[in-house]
Design a protein around this ligand. Structure first.
Ligand SMILES: *[C@@H]1O[C@H](CO)[C@@H](O)[C@H](O)[C@H]1NC(C)=O
Ligand SMILES: *[C@@H]1O[C@H](CO)[C@@H](O)[C@H](O)[C@H]1NC(C)=O
Ligand SMILES: *[C@@H]1O[C@H](CO)[C@@H](O)[C@H](O)[C@H]1NC(C)=O
Ligand SMILES: *[C@@H]1O[C@H](CO)[C@@H](O)[C@H](O)[C@H]1NC(C)=O
Ligand SMILES: *[C@@H]1O[C@H](CO)[C@@H](O)[C@H](O)[C@H]1NC(C)=O
Length: 401
């Protein structure tokens, strides 16, 4: 009898065993999910916030579930009759009532044995059965970011294909359609991390100095704590930024609905995310808040912006009265602007270095204690950093959010 029960249980479990991939002979309907093999990510249908509309998305399989990618951001399903297929050619299609195509992936070539798989990195990919190397992806969700940058994911641009890897905020907690704010790497000149509000620059994170973006001093602390490995690559083919946390941590960088970049970390076991970084940090970070020629100083508030340009404009007036040739005015003016710009830049650098990080390093150190509990210390490249230095406790669970 118990043998029979055991057999039935095995059968039932087998039938419900989570899978991480489908082929053209199987669909995913609303209610079904794919789960990455290490159970970090799950793909399926969901409704954001108080909306009843249905979206196909990928979320961190933690509590609370945290959506990191959405296929049909701008084309929600109004009911639960969504079906996800991968076609015989290797295109992912999201169907309404099995017929109307709501969303589909692009494809660089035709597959013979297409497989759609949710990888442990959170990347949804289409491969041709025989070759699963990353160079052979027919399509990957990492090429189409939503508002969130996952570890392993690139923010930047491929100069050869013209592919942009940028983040765009949700419209509202109930509507994941692209909102006002986009975070991208502006490849002009020295590539910079930029957040735009529509077409206006809202925040500049500065250019890469070999370790981090110059406008992101907090990251210095995070990096020196060896919790993250940041990577910035600029070559003839592409420019990109990546941030990978200590192996036992999960992390996400997102641009939120008010235009802030926020980085969160947690372990799978903890009960909430811990925000370890956000930008812009102070009024001076907003692009051009003081106008192009003024200097900005947070220590100087309430007089935040010093109009350094005044000196320049009165000189300009004198010059105009004495009627010196226009070329000379241009030269003087150009020199002043150049000097002020330079002064502003150096001033920014000095101020930034003194800024304190938003997070409390102790909290993170405590948070990382979870690693030793789960015996994950020593995995991957960051290994021995924290061994034996961690205090006890589970503080991350109670920290924030
Ligand atoms: C979707 O996949 C199912 C098999 O799971 C198949 O029967 C159906 O015809 C497919 N629909 C389309 C439009 O490809
Ligand atoms: C995949 O493998 C099968 C059998 O080994 C072979 O017939 C087929 O040509 C291969 N397809 C590709 C795209 O290499
Ligand atoms: C890349 O981004 C720029 C600026 O947002 C946009 O004008 C361009 O069309 C994008 N290119 C592609 C291939 O998406
Ligand atoms: C974004 O731009 C819109 C339109 O230009 C403006 O009304 C809004 O205040 C801006 N938001 C921020 C946070 O700068
Ligand atoms: C965006 O992030 C900032 C900084 O963490 C936070 O103060 C703000 O409330 C966030 N806005 C939304 C809409 O979540």
């Amino acid at each position: 009898m118990s043998f029979l029960l055991a057999c039935m249980l095995v059968f039932v479990l087998a039938a419900y065993a989570a899978t991480d991939s489908i082929t053209p002979s199987r669909s995913i309907i609303d209610g079904d999910t794919l789960v990455s093999s290490d159970e970090t990510y799950e793909l399926g249908f969901f409704s954001p916030g108080s909306s009843t509309k249905r979206y196909l998305g990928i979320w961190y399989k933690v509590s609370p579930e945290t959506v990191v990618w959405i296929a049909n951001r701008e084309a929600p399903l109004l009911d639960r009759s969504g079906v996800l297929n991968v076609t015989k050619e290797g295109t992912i299609i999201l169907l309404h009532k099995k017929t109307e195509i709501i969303w589909s992936s692009s494809r660089i070539r035709t597959a013979e044995n297409p497989v759609m798989q949710l990888l442990d990195s959170g990347n949804l990919v289409v491969t041709d059965g025989n070759d699963s190397g990353s160079a052979n992806f027919l399509w990957q969700s990492f090429d189409l970011p939503s508002d969130t940058l996952l570890p392993m994911m690139k923010l930047g641009k491929n100069f050869i294909t013209g592919m942009n890897w940028s983040l765009s905020s949700w419209k509202s907690p109930d509507d994941p359609a692209p909102g006002r704010f986009t975070a991208l790497i502006d490849p002009q000149g020295f590539p910079q991390l930029v957040v735009r509000n529509g077409s206006e620059t809202f925040y500049r994170g500065g250019s890469w100095n070999g370790e981090r973006f110059t406008g992101t001093p907090d990251l210095k602390q995070i990096e020196s704590a060896n919790l993250f490995k940041f990577e910035f690559e600029l070559n003839r083919n592409e420019v990109y930024y990546k941030g990978e946390p200590y192996p036992a941590l999960i992390s996400r960088l997102a641009v939120n609905q008010s235009g802030f970049l926020e980085r969160f970390v947690r372990t799978k076991q903890s009960q909430s995310w811990l925000e370890i970084y956000f930008a812009p940090r102070d009024e001076c970070d907003y692009y051009a808040v003081c106008g192009a020629y003024a200097s900005c100083n947070t220590n100087n508030s309430p007089q935040l912006c010093r109009l350094a340009v005044r000196k320049g404009s009165s000189k300009n007036k004198e010059v105009a009265i004495i009627v010196i040739p226009i070329i000379l005015i241009g030269l003087v003016w150009g020199g002043i602007v150049f000097y002020l710009r330079w002064k502003k830049l150096t001033k920014r650098g000095g101020k930034d270095d003194m800024e304190l990080p938003v997070f409390d390093l102790d909290t993170i150190v405590k948070a990382t204690d979870n690693f030793s509990d789960s015996n994950k210390l020593g995995q991957g490249g960051f290994g021995p950093v924290y061994k034996g230095t961690l205090p006890g406790g589970q503080e991350i669970a109670r920290s924030r959010r």
